[in-house]
Design a protein around this ligand. Sequence first.
Ligand code: GAL
Length: 652
Amino acid sequence: MVANPSIGVCYYPEHWPETVWKDDAQRMAALGISYVRIGEFAWSRLEPARGDLRFDWLARAIDILHEAGLKIILGTPTATPPKWLVDEMPDMLPVDAEGHTIGFGSRKHYCFSHRGYRAECERIVTALAERFGKNPAVTGWQIDNEYACHNTTRNWSTASLLAFRQWLKQRYGTIDKLNAAWGNVFWSMEYPDFEAIDLPALAPTEHNPAHSLDFYRFSSDQVVSFNRLQTEILRRLSPGRDLIHNFMGRTLDFDHYKVGADLDVSSWDCYPLGFLEDRSDADQAWRRRFARTGDPDFQAFHHDLYRTTSNGRWWVMEQQPGPVNWADHNPAPKQGMVRLWSLEAFAHGAEVVSYFRWRQAPFAQEQMHAGLLRPDGVEAEAFSEIETVARDTELLGSSGSAAANAAIVFDYTSAWAWEIQPQGREFDYFRLVFDYYRSLRRLGLSIDILPPDAADLSRYKLVIIPGLFTWHKNLVKALEAYKGVALIGPRSGSKTGDFSIPERLPPDLPEQLANVTITRVESLRPDCPVALKEGHGKLRFWREFLVASGDCKVEIFSRDGWPVLVKQRDLHYIGGWPDERLLDTVMARLTGEAGITTCRLPDGVRLRRNGDLLFAFNYGDDPTELEALGLRGTFVLGTELLQPAEVSVIRT
Ligand code: GAL
């Protein structure tokens, strides 16, 4: 846990008469709020016509908030270019794969590659940073808002096409190299020069996967450089301030590690009920069960992921406080959950949990989205829970760190590769990784997420590498030096970086690490799983045929006699997508071999260790006796009987 975790709120002074700002600020401070994020969509008020900069209202808002003792996270307004700007250069608008221009009228209507728009962003961010960069109230900046939101990473505009060709030139140097790397001899796809290459869209059948993957990589790099453009200005003009971006849940279109490398703090926008409704692979029964609490693992996964993307410092920038407006169904959270979600973030090491939004807007797109206040200014349901959170943070104080002894590698390129070439409809990378993550959480483990180029695994007892597209040399070296237990597969190391099958065949590891070869793969209908011997469960969706030699021994066989789990020293390879039963068997074995203490948790109960504090969360419907799970110590928060939607924190 960081020193004194704090709470924050998202506020839009431009939505409210100036006469209420002071009262709002004082009420925020009285609630225990420390940080206020403002300004991220305010371009039309900051510059109503080209060059007509009107920053005075923002300066007054900042002063008023600051006088109440609040610290400001100032948003750059580049997610919402104003109409006059779009009318000046309509070719900045995004274009979809079918050639439709995505128009003005909501937000995120820009193409990352458009040079004119980039120049406009530089101009407005520079002006804001010159005016507010050294203001003592401004302690951080949020850059843009939710990259990738509303599917905006990949763009088929002319600006994108021209930039893509440049990017390819840089990557390959000559067209012959590109043709060879992509395998363009196949189907006579060879290109005479870079200018002949198009963006992958609208072909009779699938595009060359190497072409698509490079387009995905390029699109991700455009986000990275767009973000960097702003971080460079802000570092220069606003020294010492935290540079932050707010990521989203299950959003894979750009490499968050690369954006995170230019930030001080990663943050994310945590909407547990919206995500369960819109972004979950769970079956209907599970979704019904957790409809008012959110999935017990989804938030935790993102907390762990974003803790890594900027090296340990992370926040929740937007926390769901009530019903949202954007999912298929928008239930209200169960009483207690807003507090539970907040404390869960702190358990995973968040410095700040900030709620979206202060007061519900009575107008425009999000009028059905709850805030901490109703549109009439009266406290909404979450308000009293947040009062409790403010008190909780004082009781928690600060302690150790959110480090874990098990880790899972998570890689954006793999997500793109298997989206491009799933080979079986169900092969979704996020889903695969999340299955592993959930199975470890069911055993009570705290988990770190690692990037695909992790160079040091030595602090972990258990490392899992599912579905990794291709090996980074750092990770192979780290595996060679690693003394703990590892589990690799399925599909890990099954391609080269150019999207071809590696010469020595998957998993493409040195023999001394894993003397196993995958000779054939098949994907499976969901109703045709492969049964395993000794009741070990089944493989679903995906199965590999393994040939193990030398020191590599078979641990689990399929009923039809093929190796499924093999082991060489402490490294295991699994040739398929394990069902829940197999996952439980394998995880029980691996944690046993790794010497990690586990405890089998009820479906809705989860744990997270942070320093000497052990947090227990109940997403379920039944009370749980923590002592019966072997959890003892001094209770800092809560009690031995963990009620639904409650949190207990034990000092052990
Ligand atoms: C986020 C976004 C906010 C607001 C919120 C509503 O995705 O950053 O601006 O739209 O969702 O839930």
